[in-house]
Design a protein around this ligand. Sequence first.
Ligand SMILES: NC(=O)c1ccc[n+]([C@@H]2O[C@H](COP(=O)([O-])OP(=O)(O)OC[C@H]3O[C@@H](n4cnc5c(N)ncnc54)[C@H](OP(=O)(O)O)[C@@H]3O)[C@@H](O)[C@H]2O)c1
Length: 310
Amino acid sequence: MAHDTHDTHDTRDDKLTVAVLGPGGIGGLLAGLLARAGHRVICLAGEETAEALRTSGIRVRSGVFGDFTARVEADTELRTPVDVCLVAVKHTALDTALDRVPPAALGEALLVPFLNGVEHPAALRARYRADLVAPAVIRVESTRVAPGEIEHGSPFAEIDLTGDGVAKERLVSLAEVLGAAGPTTRVLPDETATLWAKMSFLAPFALLTTRYGVPLGEVRTARRDELTALVEETAAISRAAGGPADPAQALARYDAFPPQTKSSMQRDAETGRPLELDAIGGALLRAAERSGVPAPVTERLVRELRAAGH
Ligand SMILES: NC(=O)c1ccc[n+]([C@@H]2O[C@H](COP(=O)([O-])OP(=O)(O)OC[C@H]3O[C@@H](n4cnc5c(N)ncnc54)[C@H](OP(=O)(O)O)[C@@H]3O)[C@@H](O)[C@H]2O)c1
């Protein structure tokens, strides 16, 4: 266990024991990369997925990190002391999945959620020690195509690690481990700003592509006014919540993406899976209401998506 060392020697002592709750697109990629780097990885999943991982390991296909198979351990519940527990389930599964991580089993381990959204850190802090919850934001496109089979499609994988009240040296140490395993990782000081930066970019993209069932290219041309209005609305909500607000930069980033880009919410809708609509659109509306910022575009889109059965 090495969470308090900065040594870079390649000895067993430098290696962490890492639990990964939800070995899907994100969790599976990180579990595979960390296991390949020599860390002990214990994936926490349902019995069937755990069995598949024990038998075949995690197979990653990635243009950036290469194609490889990594052996991992797998269990249905955390029963072993770990240094870190990564949480990478969807928001819709979070409550149930956390039953696999009893607070006593977590001990002094950092709990690092990779979920999109802004409300899950408070939910985790209500259940676990607040100073151990270190939220991360990840920019990547990675898909679990079958249990233990991960396709990392984006030419990048970047992590921002943060955590108000979490010991800085533990964040730095974990960032070094993650960075050495693959994803470019930095530690950012302001948790609210970090989470809202991602939310401000993601929410307009996810809500509009999913509502209209078209890729980003069509949203930014055929629905430019609506996109602009939603980006400005989201920026105002973010600013009121203590986050960044730069609508022009958000629009410029959308414009730089390939036109066929789809959001993961849209892909979930296409495959009939539950959407993280409440964690994105719902959370945006709750934040708007708390601060008294008008959110008519968000309100309508969330209402229409819910009316469509999502
Ligand atoms: N994928 C991306 O490119 C990406 C990028 C940025 C952010 N994110 C965010 O990262 C989070 C995770 O997304 P994802 O795409 O990685 O999701 P995902 O591919 O659907 O993976 C979720 C994993 O959670 C597991 N799971 C579900 N219920 C569980 C339970 N009760 N106990 C244990 N494991 C459970 C699933 O197990 P099974 O394998 O058995 O189904 C699956 O392996 C989301 O908040 C998403 O918005 C994703």
